[in-house]
Design a protein around this ligand. Structure first.
Ligand SMILES: NC(=O)c1ccc[n+]([C@@H]2O[C@H](COP(=O)([O-])OP(=O)(O)OC[C@H]3O[C@@H](n4cnc5c(N)ncnc54)[C@H](OP(=O)(O)O)[C@@H]3O)[C@@H](O)[C@H]2O)c1
Length: 325
């Protein structure tokens, strides 16, 4: 049976205003698929990269952005095991989440434990699992190591700060403006540099003259070359995003300044391994239920997606925002 739903979709790449309400007809789920009625949808910078055209669209005619969401299973397709109608679930997968419902391969879906709300789940499936691989897979952090984490008051940044505290690491963060610095400090960062008010390289060196074991840089263009200069010998730079624009002036020989390591990881290369996904989600939900990671979420209507994108790109947000259909 076909069902009527709606999405916030774009027919051409561009600014936030290209996102428009679009009616959606969903078929019954196919083999191995489930249909999820969304209750909350996380907003992430990757949604802006797709919307603006920085990342190519899977379907050049229409983009439904959105890469993490939670909801209730409304129907299951043939061959689905372990999930049934009425189950509370969540997932992360690039695109198609800005919709009141969707069909999705059941291999991407995890069940929500009691005590994890739809809004929290939709805030952490992408951002929290990113924090997990950053701190425990791309680079394996050990207690006491020196860490610099950019955009510390952002969605990934606030979760990562608390997770690092749980790992007995006292990171230094950067954030734009005194309010964001205060919020980051309340979420695990021992020191936070206001990189709009002062040169972060100078401040980071003052705080840690021998340099950092690892720098996590999702800002990209504006920060990456200076981030390399913050490392100690054999240090690692984890570049996992480009909120300020793509990096264009990096040369491999820049790593020779300190025998540095560089990686450019992507969450979906970790979550495509089902056993990693299930283990990492359990770990993340466990830390939330124990009160070691607190997730503050701003709510907006799904139909206000354009304004939410403008706020995120305008550096006006802290932590996570979820869209409610
Ligand atoms: N590779 C992956 O697997 C992966 C997964 C998740 C997220 N990411 C990346 O991680 C980053 C954080 O994602 P998020 O969704 O949690 O976003 P976010 O950190 O909440 O928002 C981005 C932040 O970047 C900072 N920023 C610095 N220069 C900026 C500029 N010119 N324009 C806009 N923002 C600027 C702003 O914080 P300040 O005002 O404090 O500077 C802004 O709030 C993004 O780059 C995203 O693409 C990557």
């Amino acid at each position: 049976m076909l069902q009527n739903h709606y999405a916030m979709a774009a027919a051409k790449a561009g600014g936030p205003d290209v996102l428009l309400r679009t009616e959606l007809v969903l078929a019954t789920p196919g083999p191995g698929e489930v249909q999820i009625e969304h209750r909350a949808i996380g907003v992430n910078f990757i949604d802006c990269y797709f919307r603006s055209g920085l990342y190519p669209w899977p379907d050049p005619q229409l983009l439904i952005p959105g890469a993490e969401a939670s909801g209730v299973i409304a129907a299951t397709g043939p061959g689905v095991t372990g999930l049934k109608e009425g189950d509370r679930v969540a997932y992360t997968l690039p695109n198609n989440a800005y919709a009141s419902a969707r069909n999705i391969a059941s291999a991407h879906v995890v069940k929500l434990p009691d005590g994890i709300s739809f809004e929290v789940a939709a805030s952490v499936m992408l951002k929290g699992l990113t924090a997990r691989y950053l701190l425990k897979d791309s680079y394996v952090l050990h207690p006491g190591q020196k860490v610099l984490f950019h955009a510390a008051a952002g969605g990934v940044g606030l979760i990562a700060g608390q997770w690092m505290t749980a790992l007995r690491v006292e990171p230094v963060g950067t954030a734009g403006g005194p309010d964001k610095c205060r919020i980051a400090k309340a979420h695990g960062y021992a020191d936070v540099i206001d990189y709009r008010a002062e040169d972060f390289l100078e401040a980071a060196r003052r705080l840690e003259p021998t340099g950092y074991h690892v720098v996590y840089d999702s800002v990209g263009k504006d920060t990456l070359l200076k981030s390399l200069k913050c490392l100690r010998l054999h240090g690692a730079l984890v570049n996992f995003g480009q909120s300020s624009g793509a990096v264009s002036d990096f040369r491999v020989s820049d790593l020779a300044a300190g025998s540095f390591h560089l990686t450019r990881p992507v969450l979906f290369h970790f979550t495509s391994d089902r056993s990693w996904l299930v283990r990492a989600a359990e770990e993340l939900f466990g830390l939330i239920l124990e009160g070691r990671i607190d997730v503050q979420t701003r709510r907006a209507s799904l139909t206000d997606a354009a304004q939410v994108h403008a706020d995120l790109e305008g550096r006006k947000t802290t932590g996570s925002t979820v869209l409610i259909p």
